[in-house]
Design a protein around this ligand. Structure first.
Ligand code: DX5
Ligand code: ZN
Length: 223
C-alpha cells in the first residue's frame, strides 16, 4: 500500500493470529505468494479481553519477510507504542475510532512515516468515522467483535461497508476498505460485492491444510 492506495486490485491480508506462533516465519513464508499485506493483531487485554503480540515479534518477522505489515492495534494506549511499531518495521497501523481521541494519533503515524488506519467495531455507527475519512489511508471495518479469531462473520456490517464505499467513491478518496473477521471464500465475496477491497482472513487461511491454496481461493472469490 505504502501511502496512497490504488483500488484496482483486491488485496488479501492473512492474519497471523491464527498461525502457529512456534513457526511463525515459516507460516508466513508459506502464504507469502498470495499475501498482499500481512495482518498483525495486537491486543492488550484491556481494549479487548485477549493478549497477543507486539513490536518484538514484528521486528523478528521483519528480518524474515518483505511483506507489508498491516498492524491492527486493539489497545487502549496505542500512542505509547507507535514509535516502537515504526522501529520494528510496521508499514501501517490502525487505531480504533472508539478510543477517546484518535486525531493526534493520525499526526503521530504520519510523522513516523506509517500509513494511517482507522478501525471500527461492528456496533459503532459509520458516522463516528465519517469526519476522519480525509485523514486516513485505510478504513478497517470489523466484521466480528474484536478480540478473537474464528468467530462468525456479522453480515449486518455490510450496510456500513456499502456506505463507506459510496462515501469513498463520491469524495474520490484514496482509502483502502478492509474487512476483518469471519472472512472466508463465501463471506469475502459478500464483502466484495458491498465494496470492500482488502480481505483479512485468519482461520480460513492458517487453519486450512493448505494455507496458500486457501488464500488463493479467497482471492479468486473476490476477483
Ligand atoms: C479479531 C482480529 C482478526 C482475526 C480474524 O479481533 O482483528 O484480524 O485475526 O480472524 P478470523 O479470520 O479467524 O475471523
Ligand atoms: Zn484484525
Amino acid at each position: 500500500m505504502s501511502g496512497r492506495y490504488d483500488r484496482a486490485v483486491p488485496r488479501i491480508a492473512p492474519s497471523i493470529l491464527s498461525a502457529d506462533f512456534a513457526c511463525l516465519a515459516e507460516s508466513v513464508a508459506a502464504v507469502a505468494p498470495e499475501a498482499d499485506l500481512l495482518h498483525v493483531d495486537v491486543m492488550d487485554g484491556h481494549f479487548v479481553p485477549n493478549l497477543t503480540i507486539g513490536p518484538p515479534v514484528i521486528k523478528s518477522l521483519r528480518a524474515r519477510t518483505d511483506l507489508y505489515f498491516d498492524c491492527h492495534l486493539m489497545v487502549d494506549n496505542p500512542g505509547d507504542f507507535l514509535d516502537d511499531f515504526a522501529d520494528a518495521g510496521a508499514n501501517g497501523c490502525s487505531v480504533h475510532v472508539e478510543l477517546p481521541d484518535v486525531v493526534p494519533l493520525f499526526g503521530e503515524l504520519r510523522r513516523l512515516g506509517l500509513d494511517v488506519g482507522l478501525a471500527v467495531n461492528p456496533e459503532t455507527p459509520f458516522e463516528e468515522c465519517l469526519p476522519h475519512l480525509p485523514r486516513i489511508d485505510l478504513l478497517l471495518l470489523m466484521t466480528v467483535h474484536p478480540g478473537f479469531g474464528g468467530q462468525s462473520f456479522i453480515a449486518d456490517v455490510m450496510d456500513k461497508v456499502k456506505r463507506a464505499r459510496e462515501e469513498i467513491d463520491k469524495r474520490e478518496l484514496k482509502i483502502a476498505l478492509e474487512v476483518d473477521g469471519g472472512i472466508n471464500e463465501e463471506t469475502a465475496a459478500v464483502a466484495a460485492a458491498a465494496g470492500a477491497d482488502v480481505f483479512v482472513a485468519g482461520s480460513a487461511i492458517f487453519h486450512d491444510d493448505d494455507p496458500l491454496a486457501a488464500a488463493r481461493r479467497i482471492r479468486q472469490a473476490v476477483a
